[in-house]
Design a protein around this ligand. Sequence first.
Ligand code: ADP
Length: 924
Amino acid sequence: MGLFDKIFGNYSKKELAKIEPIKNKVLELESKYADMSDEELGGQTAILRGKLDELSTLDDVLPDALAVCREAAFRVLGKKPYPVQIIGAIVLHQGRIAEMKTGEGKTLVACLAAYANSLTGNGVHVVTVNDYLAKFQSEEMGKVFHFLNTSIGVVLTGMNKEQKREAYNADITYGTNNEFGFDYLRDNMVIYKKDKVQREHAFAIVDEVDSILIDEARTPLIISGQGDKSTKLYSLADRFAKTLKPVTVVEMDDKADNDLLDGDYIIDEKAKTATLTKSGVKKAEKAFNVINLMDADNMTLAHHINQAIKANGVMKKDIDYVVKDGEVLIVDEFTGRIMQGRRFNDGLHQAIEAKEGVEIARESKTIATITYQNYFRLYGKLSGMTGTALTEEDEFREIYKLDVIEIPTNKPVIRVDHPDVVFKTEKGKFNAVIEQVIECHKKGQPVLVGTVSVEKSEYLSRLLKNKGIKHEVLNAKHHDREAMIVAQAGKYGAVTIATNMAGRGTDIMLGGNAEYKSLADLQKMGYSEEVAVEAAGFSNTQDEEVLAARAEYKKLYAKYSEEVKELAEKVREAGGLYIIGTERHESRRIDNQLRGRSGRQGDPGESTFFLSLEDDLMRIFGGERITAMMDTFKVDENTPIQSKMLTSVIESSQKKIEGRNFNIRKNVLNYDDVMNTQREIIYKQRQQVLDGEDLHENILGMIKEFVEDSVNMYITDEDVQDNWNLQGLKDRLMGIITVEDDFNYTPQELDEITKKDIIDLLEDRALKIYAKREEDLGQELLHEIERVVLLKVVDTKWMAHIDDMDELKKGIGLRSYGQKNPVVEYRMEGMDMFDDMVASIREDTVRMLFTIQVRKNSAAPKREDVLKPGEHHNMTVRKAKKPGRNDLCPCGSGKKYKNCCGAGNGVQADEAEQAENSSDSSEK
Ligand code: ADP
């Protein structure tokens, strides 16, 4: 993008001009498809698919596909996509982000783009922020897809594999980012291909793309298993941390000697960190009876103490987390929602559990992990929609290679955004907020007040109660009723307090929402919430109760729609929805989201942010300029300050934080990128196994490499045989390739022998032993055993490796002091560790394949038998032991060693002594 385009915002305009002709084509095709019968229209899917098979590209058939879907949506839902919605769909199809304001009808936009892309048959994923939206949208849009003979599925939390597989096999699949990501990780842990649920990652449309690809991108998805570490140290560290004296600073100063501060640890508000001072370190050494806390041996202790002071000093209850039913739950700082099932990592969650005196979960062990960034990069084509993406344009471009196209609204936005009103103190600010609410309330103008935390929304609620103003509060604690409350926030005279972004994805309609009113009535009539929601939806059901409820719902909906229309008019006259912001969020995008809830589809509306110089953002990030201003403005607390300089300070503070947060996310990604390269290699190898590819050649290669690796460990490259450790080499390979009598060379023989001779000898022997195994077991059985063994070894090693990499990451952070770039260090050491892992996969696989015992005449071993620990049936791994002359040969032939692989290695063959077939030698 050219600099000028960027500066003058022409980029979207230029790109839109290119899209215009495609949109016009779609509009021109309207009458063609409008003239068709339902059946004929439904038959277009097959025709379009046929065209695609005949060398037409998706771009060639795009206008027809969109026009067909548009007509179908009109017939089935009674909604004909507006021209701007067609443009949105084209932008999605092109693999970009469509910025479309709230209420512009993004659900339908996704439907159009999904339909067109489903024609390829490779699958389309529509990603939503929660299960409710996935279900609702899939049912509503499902009507259109059914009409067009296109299959649709939805993946929801708690579904079984069968249900999920069916949903993923559909042409179009709806689901949440969480579910899609976890299914991917789980798919890479299965032992049979048939247990996978997903197919390829062809095209994804991400709804609320900023929330998913930016806000959620700071915490990776993690599947963890039970660890075995004790939790006692967390309690001890917590008890110790509570005896310390914290000192809070806005920002730690590198130059100043922070140890001079009067306290045991320093809380840095800006960086959100806690650091022990010298005095704190001394106290720790005394309390835990260690000489030097900074010693490498005490790293675990130091880590626990650091997390304990962070839990006590930095992490705030009801802001960063809530405690509910004896559990510590993370509150998403952007949405105010509880992040179900997510935990702070690195032991911080346990430290908070200790602080709050609830049961401490055992430290879990990561067994599979991926960041959203890397998950979504798997898609051949990625696209997204949101009301607010432009402020994060650079990040989308840099991380996801997505550009943002700002799409004009269907009707002009007439909402009035008032300038900020700034007060000296927080008290003054809230007084003004209450006054504004009262003023709106008097005229019946609905108000939505956005707050940054649960605590603040409760405080505001108390103030309103004192004034006798009826209102609804929406915060992370009541998120079940979220959609319901938010949907009614546009009612005449309604006052709603919500944490930022609560109920995101729910449309606030002026006059109230007929759908939710009808739902509430259904429940009053005795229908359960589940039945009521299903009745309001579009599912194809035969359930009589639901059908009866649906009939009631239709009546109620018709009644309320009429009522709402009249009420909406009244609200319009009162000025539309008034949005009050009570604090600037760290990110401008979130502020814009709040504003954007008003003024949908040409509705009137207003918005104002009330701020104070005591707000965290101003205090912590505004720096000295704000402090100076505080002294300059000799105004009382109830008089608003208006200053251009203030507004610019706020903007630049936000930009600074946005930049910092971007860096944090980039850092998470930098680390995950190292893992990602490794993950790709491992997952690819797993996939080969699952696909049933014949791995025999690879195994033979592994055997050779294993032999060579082993020789390299004990035999130097020079021909100085004195330095060779033949005994060591023999011991290493004993029982699988070598025997006691090997390498009994005379000094003269030794002189003539080269390293290569040894490698050749051992390789040759190994391959012979292995060929014998193949002969005895049969090719089919051995090849299945190869797959089973490789899968088991790869999984075991990979999980251990992930854990090791976690440990490495923890340790490497400390090294940044040494002027070294920790990510570079992590990458280099990570690569070494990966190479070591690959070598050890090779070794374990070869050892297992050489020693595993299989009962003759038994069916091929089942993978689940082998892969479930402790449940061996007809396969066991036998520890390597040194075979004697008369022992059974380790190759599993059932012959005596001297008559089999041992022959010609100093072991005399004895034709007469043929061993009985004793293949049933497995160990239970
Ligand atoms: P967004 O996600 O962009 O905020 P939604 O998809 O929730 O918007 O749609 C907002 C409302 O507008 C919904 O009630 C939807 O049914 C309605 N709507 C969307 N497109 C159209 C259209 N073309 N004609 C009529 N109503 C529409």
